[in-house]
Design a protein around this ligand. Structure first.
Ligand SMILES: Nc1ncnc2c1ncn2[C@@H]1O[C@H](COP(=O)(O)OP(=O)(O)O)[C@@H](O)[C@H]1O
Ligand SMILES: Nc1ccn([C@@H]2O[C@H](COP(=O)(O)OP(=O)(O)O)[C@@H](O)[C@H]2O)c(=O)n1
Length: 212
């Protein structure tokens, strides 16, 4: 089974993806980390984030062993990711890696912006996670502070809004729910509540399928 999770910045996709993968015994890929890694490679080598040749090269040289680098979690890497991810050739290079991950047994949960629309249009279940931008900014701010970083909630909110706008309005693989995605608004839910709501969706889809 393939579970596709998409949604705007800091909506809880990664947390949900990880928890669902654990619940079902599947593998999990946070696809945002791929674009963050490409952006980080450019920043480290002093290239402009809009340098297509350098960005494509960084995408070709992607090393999943480095996905755990804490530097990829920063706001700067997220902002950079949203710039490099709008380059069509960068996305093209990264499609196969993601599809291969999704296809390997026993099943996979992928989260990102275009999983249900582009990467896995035939996913068994698609969930589009949303939450009020102020709630998302608050959560992301708390997360950064828990890591010992300084974070200004208003600046985090501005970054989230700017990134969502860029991701929604790019011509290639824009952030939008697939036509057959289930919307899950977790603004008023805690992590447990969000996971339960997602499992309810997945089980309802499975039950419907086995009846049909
Ligand atoms: N349903 C939820 N309720 C409360 N906090 C949440 C919820 N889902 C995620 N979080 C917290 O919000 C922050 C952003 O979640 P994350 O999974 O990193 O989002 P995304 O992958 O969409 O960027 C994290 O600190 C996470 O612990
Ligand atoms: N499948 C994906 C995942 C992320 N991205 C881009 O990568 C950026 C960072 O993604 P992320 O999921 O790590 O961001 P957060 O939601 O964790 O803040 C996004 O703003 C998108 O521009 C994408 O284009 N397609």
């Amino acid at each position: 089974m393939i579970i596709a999770i998409d949604g705007p910045a800091a909506s809880g996709k990664g947390t949900l993806g990880k928890r669902l993968a654990h619940h079902y015994g599947y593998r999990h890929l946070d696809t945002g980390v791929i674009y963050r890694a490409v952006a980080y490679a450019l920043m480290e080598s002093g290239h402009d984030l809009r340098d297509e040749t350098a960005a494509v090269q960084a995408a070709l040289e992607l090393d999943p062993e480095r996905f755990g680098n804490p530097a990829l979690k920063t706001q700067k890497a997220g902002e950079g990711a949203s710039i490099v991810s709008a380059i069509p050739r960068v996305r093209e290079v990264l499609v196969n890696f993601q599809r291969q991950f999704a296809a390997d047994p026993p099943g996979a949960v992928l989260d990102g912006r275009d999983i249900g629309t582009v990467i896995c249009p035939d996913a068994d279940v698609k969930i589009f996670v949303v939450a009020d931008p102020r709630v998302r900014a608050r959560r992301r701010t708390m997360e950064a502070r828990a890591r010992g970083e300084e974070a200004d909630e208003a600046a985090v909110l501005a970054d989230i809004i700017q990134r969502d706008e860029r991701d929604k309005n790019r011509p290639i693989a824009p952030l939008k729910p697939a036509a057959d995605a289930y919307l899950l608004d977790n603004s008023q839910l805690d992590i447990e509540g969000g996971v339960r709501a997602a499992i309810d969706i997945i089980e309802a889809v499975r039950a419907g399928r086995s009846r049909g």
